[in-house]
Design a protein around this ligand. Structure first.
Ligand SMILES: Cc1cc2nc3c(=O)[nH]c(=O)nc-3n(C[C@H](O)[C@H](O)[C@H](O)COP(=O)(O)O)c2cc1C
Ligand code: SF4
Ligand code: SF4
Length: 277
């Protein structure tokens, strides 16, 4: 069984494609994370956990969830991280987490997908770069699926000690101080549909008088901004200038592949065109 969290669609694409290649089930963990539902998840096939990288590790709310949830049945687990270029110690921490759960860690892979995080000084990627990254990752999924099918081990790069030394003390500070939500707002295009509230993994958004209000517990995942059906959400002036990312705006990259419109298990997000790409 494939378990995943995805804020802006990249991880969902990887998880659903892998599920098709392996004829396996796919479970989006969003609603379980939102409800703190740690009830048992059982699988006869090995578990495959797919996650985006947030500051060199998997999202902290996801690792907290995975630590607590009861995974039963098959004791093997694979891990697939995807980032905008540097996964840091994500795989190393995943290995530790699953070993603590007394599962057999079958290795991990790192895929490079388009950057979904435009806040800060990160440059906007060109449509061509986004296309290249999606296609490269898509092509790598065949090898990953073959390894899993053959019960082999996935191999990723070596994680150096200095990466752990730099990341481990730095991350909690970044998470505490560098992810404020005060700059999010919904403009006049907001129709009060509540989708932003529904996709926020931290339940940080509430709809009052048909408008979203952001609380103080944000992880900058970009799910609210990337999933608004009317493109009403901005982050200060930054997103007005740089645009926003969502995978669905680039799905036509794969129009000649099996993915997308003909998918038996299509992504559930309802995205609209953004400014980039
Ligand atoms: C809060 C946040 C932190 C991120 N940190 C990293 C990072 O450390 N390294 C990196 O290469 N990409 C980083 N990214 C980019 C995402 O990992 C990448 O775009 C991923 O494909 C997004 O997946 P999703 O569309 O399934 O949410 C970050 C994105 C967010 C939102
Ligand atoms: S998803 Fe967009 S349109 Fe819907 S309530 Fe949120 S901001 Fe408004
Ligand atoms: S409020 Fe923060 S945590 Fe919630 S969806 Fe938006 S960016 Fe993600």
């Amino acid at each position: 069984m494939i378990l995943y969290f995805s804020a802006t669609g990249n991880t969902e694409f990887i998880a659903t494609e892998l599920a098709k290649k392996l004829d396996d089930e796919c479970l989006n963990l969003l609603s379980r994370i939102k409800k703190s539902d740690f009830s048992e998840i059982s699988s006869e096939k090995p578990f495959i956990v797919c996650a985006p990288v947030y500051i060199c590790e998997m999202p902290r709310f996801l690792s907290k969830y995975l630590k607590k949830v009861k995974l039963t049945g098959n004791r093997r687990v694979y891990f697939i991280a995807n980032s905008a270029g540097y996964s840091g110690i994500t795989g190393y921490l995943a290995k530790k987490l699953f070993r603590r759960k007394k599962m057999e860690f079958m290795g991990y892979s790192e895929l490079i997908m388009p950057r979904n995080y435009y806040i800060g000084h990160y440059p906007v990627q060109s449509g061509e770069e986004i296309r290249k990254r999606i296609l490269n990752s898509y092509n790598k999924l065949d090898d990953i699926a073959a390894t899993v099918r053959n019960e082999g081990r996935l191999k990723a790069r070596y994680v150096f000690l200095f990466e752990k030394v730099i990341t481990l003390p730095f991350n909690p500070i970044w998470a505490k101080y560098k992810m404020p939500s005060k700059d999010f707002f919904a403009n006049e295009k907001c129709v009060g549909c509540g989708k932003c509230e529904r996709v926020c993994p931290l339940n940080n958004i509430s709809i009052t008088d048909k408008k979203p209000l952001w609380g103080n517990s944000c992880t900058h995942c970009m799910a609210c901004i990337g999933n608004c059906p009317t493109d009403a959400i901005e982050y200060g002036e930054i997103t007005k200038v740089k645009g926003k990312y969502s995978f669905a705006d680039h799905r036509d990259v794969l129009k000649d592949k099996r993915f997308s419109q003909n998918s038996a298990n299509p992504p559930k997000h309802d995205y609209r065109r953004r400014k980039n790409g």
